[in-house]
Each structure stands twice: as C-alpha cells, then as structure tokens.
Design a protein around this ligand. Structure first.
Ligand code: GLU
Length: 339
C-alpha cells in the first residue's frame, strides 16, 4: 500500500452554494482537502464488544501505518441507544485509540445524502419502489437475478401502474436503477472480489437515507480512501463501490477483516457472556481488580489474537503499530472465549 495518497476533491460534496443546511449540520462541512484517511464507523446501538474493538484497532492500525488520517463516524441514522455513543468513544479511548478532528454523525449529514440522490435522479437513475418487504420476498425473481436481488417489480411501471401503486403506498422507497448485475472490488485481504449489485434502496419509505448510500457519500466527503471493517460487510462492498463510481466518487481500497466468533462458532454477541469492557470491568471489580487494568488486558488479548503479542504480554497501541503488517494478519475468525 502506498504510504500516502492525495485525494481528489469528491464531486458530490456540498459546495459553497449548499446553504440550506441547518447551521449545526455537519452536512455543510467544508470540502475535504486533507490527507486521505481510514475510519471506524460504529452504529450506536449498544456497547462495543471484543469483535468491534478488534475491528476498530485494525482500522486504526491500517490507517496509522500508511500515513493516513483516522476518522470516527457515528452511524446514527437508526438503532440509537441513549448513552451508547459516549460509552463506545470512552472504550476506544481506553484502548489507546485516537482519531483526527471531531466525531461526525450521519444524522447531521442529510444534506449530502439528498444532494447525491438529486444528482442520481437528474441522471434518470432513481425510481420509486412501492414494494413491501413481504412482496419482495414472495416475488418471482427476475431471470438470471441472483438470490436476494431486488426483482425489479417497480423498475419499469407505466404511469398508470405507478399511480395505482402510489395510492396504496404513498411513501415509497427510492431505488437506484443500477444497470449492472455485479461489480468487482479490490480488497487487501480478499483480493479481487466480485459480488452482486441490484437496484439497491437509496432512501427508505420512512425518509431515512439507506445505509449503502450514506456510507458511500460520507466516505467520499470525508476523504476516506481505505475502508477497514468486518468481513460480514464484504458482500455489500460491490454495491457501494458501484454506487460510488456512478456518483463519480473515488472508490476506496477495502480490507474486510475476519469477524470474532463466540464459543459456539456464531458471531460474537452479548449472549456469549462478558464481551464488552463494561462486562469485563464488572467481573473484575467483583474480584477486586483495578478498573484501568481491564482495557489493557482486552488490548493484550486482541493483540495476541492478531499475532502481534505473546500471551500475557502488556502492550500499547503504539507497540502494535510498530509490529503491524497486513500480510501477517490471521485470515480466519478469532473464536473468543469469555472468561
Ligand atoms: N455502521 C456499520 C456497523 O457498525 C459499519 C459500516 C461500515 O463500516 O461501512 O456495522
């Protein structure tokens, strides 16, 4: 990977004319012209568990060892649990991670999403979709369409059909008229990865910008050219990259890192026991241990799982930064056994 890349000015970012934003809106932020960056983008739906913390550490290591900035973006368009964001940030700091500039929030970036949809609509690439989830599930799939792809029910309706459907569902979702069935991305860990692209949702029926749109618009507006995240999102990358390319934005480099599994071999979750720093601290305080020791121990065990430390070795993120090399990362999932 090159140590540093200049980042061309993304085309969809708000220019000086975008004054419609509320004064506090992060959507009206000045165009990005700093160095390229990586990021961690948690959803504030609960506390970060060992798997999320490991992904955050990896995103930081990838960025900080390639001369990139590192940004934190809270993906709060839905699933917000009160207090979760503060606890997530505190846990990241407790591990020793830092980030550049203020934390951004998707809920403050609506202007950017609306602009992107406007640009796509002007190019004739947006259509209203009146389908319910159930209808999509039960619709016969289009010929040659892969499983799970939107079958295109609302793609080419006549004006009369559209009016009928709109009467039944006055708040339609908006979909991208995508034009391709698949797209190939480059991933540092997975190589060339080709995945399905369908007419993905851009804005949900309730008006909320869709995750795929928000992520693409934000990554470009923030100058993010390296996306490191869990490999459960690998299959979303082709859709997002295609959307970025359609919007004329730079497609980032991806590194989809292995997930952390619980003792039963399923994705790590609360049900697996003490999986967050707060859980571990609660267990520790019963045993009379010092609270600050929890994050240090969690960092050490994550580092061991990444083959960056010996079992029981005390490490800091700076030590790990000096040892990190993407090529020696374990490629399989880490099975975490809560104490
Ligand atoms: N907010 C997403 C999550 O917490 C991550 C999205 C991304 O990294 O692109 O799963």
């Amino acid at each position: 990977m090159p140590p540093h890349r200049s980042h061309p000015r993304p085309q969809s970012e708000p220019g000086p004319q975008s004054e419609g934003a509320a004064p506090q809106s992060e959507g009206a932020a000045p165009p990005h012209d700093g160095p390229a960056a990586g990021r961690f983008a948690p959803s504030p739906s609960g506390d970060l568990h060992m798997g999320n913390l490991r992904t955050a550490l990896l995103a930081w290591l990838f960025a900080r060892t390639t001369g990139r900035g590192f940004l934190l973006r809270v993906e709060d368009l839905d699933r917000v649990r009160p207090g979760a964001e503060d606890r997530q940030l505190a846990d990241l700091r407790a591990l020793g991670l830092d980030w550049d500039g203020p934390v951004s929030h998707q809920s403050q970036r609506r202007v950017g999403y609306d602009e992107a949809i406007g640009k796509l609509a002007a190019a004739g690439l947006v259509y209203e979709c009146y389908c319910t989830r159930r209808e999509i599930l039960h619709a016969p799939s289009a010929p040659h369409a892969p499983d799970g792809a939107y079958p295109g029910t609302c793609r080419d309706l006549t004006p009369v059909q559209r009016a009928e459907r709109r009467a039944a569902r006055p708040c339609p979702a908006l979909r991208l008229r995508s034009g391709v069935a698949e797209y190939t991305v480059t991933d540092v860990l997975h190589g060339e990865y080709t995945g399905m692209v369908d007419d993905l949702v851009l804005r949900r029926g309730d008006g909320t910008p869709a995750y795929n749109l928000a992520v693409v618009v934000d990554d470009a507006a923030q100058g993010i050219d390296q996306v490191v995240r869990g490999d459960d999102l690998l299959s979303s990358a082709p859709r997002q990259a295609h959307l970025a390319a359609t919007l004329g934005l730079t497609v980032p480099e991806y590194a989809h890192v292995p997930l952390v599994l619980g003792p039963l071999g399923k994705r790590l979750a609360k049900r697996d026991g003490a999986v967050t720093l707060a859980d571990l601290a609660a267990a520790d305080s019963d045993a009379g241990a010092e609270p600050g020791a929890v994050a240090a121990r969690a960092l050490s065990s994550i580092a061991v799982s990444l083959r960056l430390a010996e079992p029981g070795e005390a490490v800091t993120v700076e030590t790990l930064r000096a040892r990190f090399s993407p090529s020696s990362l374990p490629r399989g999932p880490w099975v975490y056994h809560p104490a």
